[in-house]
Design a protein around this ligand. Sequence first.
Ligand code: G3P
Ligand code: CA
Length: 375
Amino acid sequence: MSPKFLRMTVAAAAVLTLVGAAPATADRPVAAQTTAHHHGDDFTVVGHRGAAGYRPEHTLASYELAARMGADYVEPDLVTTKDGVLVARHEPEIGGTTDVARHPEFASRKTTKSLDGVEVTGWFTEDFTLAELKTLRAAERIPDVRQHNTIYDGRYEVPTFQEVIDLSKRLSRELHREIGIYPETKHPTFFRKQGKALEPTLVSILDKNGLNRRGAKVYVQSFEVSNLKELDPKLTVPLVQLTGATGAPFDFVDSGDPRTYADMTTASGLRDVARYADGLGPDKNQVIPRDSAGFLLSPTSLVRDAHRAGLTVHPYTFRAENSFLPADFRSSTVAAEYGDLFAEIATFRAAGIDGLFTDNSDVAIAQRDDRLARR
Ligand code: G3P
Ligand code: CA
């Protein structure tokens, strides 16, 4: 059991005593109960990349819309600039989410790098100072699926992590409820090898903002393992181990460790994860897999096994368009049309998840409210 989990258990016991609530149950982890009591609800909605279903992702406009839609947390993915500033982008390469290709002054920055074993050509945040990055404007990543979002192309800057925190604080005051942040360290090994480790800056920013404390509405997540283990003694907020439906953490690949995400999500593997992490962020297909035609099969034992290990479970990513939905809930064969996201969320909630990452926080909140209304 991680020292942090022990601390959370003590904190949870205190909270439960104060509110006179029922004690922890075998299939509902104490850590999750802590979160539920602290945050005032029993199901966590994370605005994935903000409100990416409605605005270009990882922009202040996207995060603000998610918060106004009711999201409990907004999720910035973090990368770094040349001068060591954490900024919100899904990956270091920014050709797909900004207008950098239209800036002739940066044409010579186009390069090819090995990103977690894959050759990627484009423009990389770590080759730009913050001042240079701020001259760019965000663009919709998937304009064919989200044509509406392209209306906003060219309007928004690439935000710094500090600006995301400032926004969450401002909106918390305005909306009279705390907007949490759920940052993800992106490609930690890739950045560390370039002498630009993300973690010290992340800890420093959380410290500076008073967010590295028990009860802060913050989760920190990563697809890699060694950086979470390194962060565990430095952060008092819960850590979330992300896993993929295939593959392995890149730090394992890089060091020759043969373990895969499949190994990490066995009952035994999850007990190991619980030594340093407090939550699991699996691909939703690890919770309920699909058959070859895209229809949902029976849920796996992942949620039960994770709960038994004391881990909360927040799978990713729930999106309204047919192209992302299981065949059960598609409305047509047109990728960009909306299907029945309400039904998908209800199905996954029945499988016992504690929350989710969604591009459509409004739908997740409406589904949660429907459920509350029926109680
Ligand atoms: O962090 C949860 C989810 O966002 C992981 O997927 O690729 O969208 O960062 P990705
Ligand atoms: Ca993410």
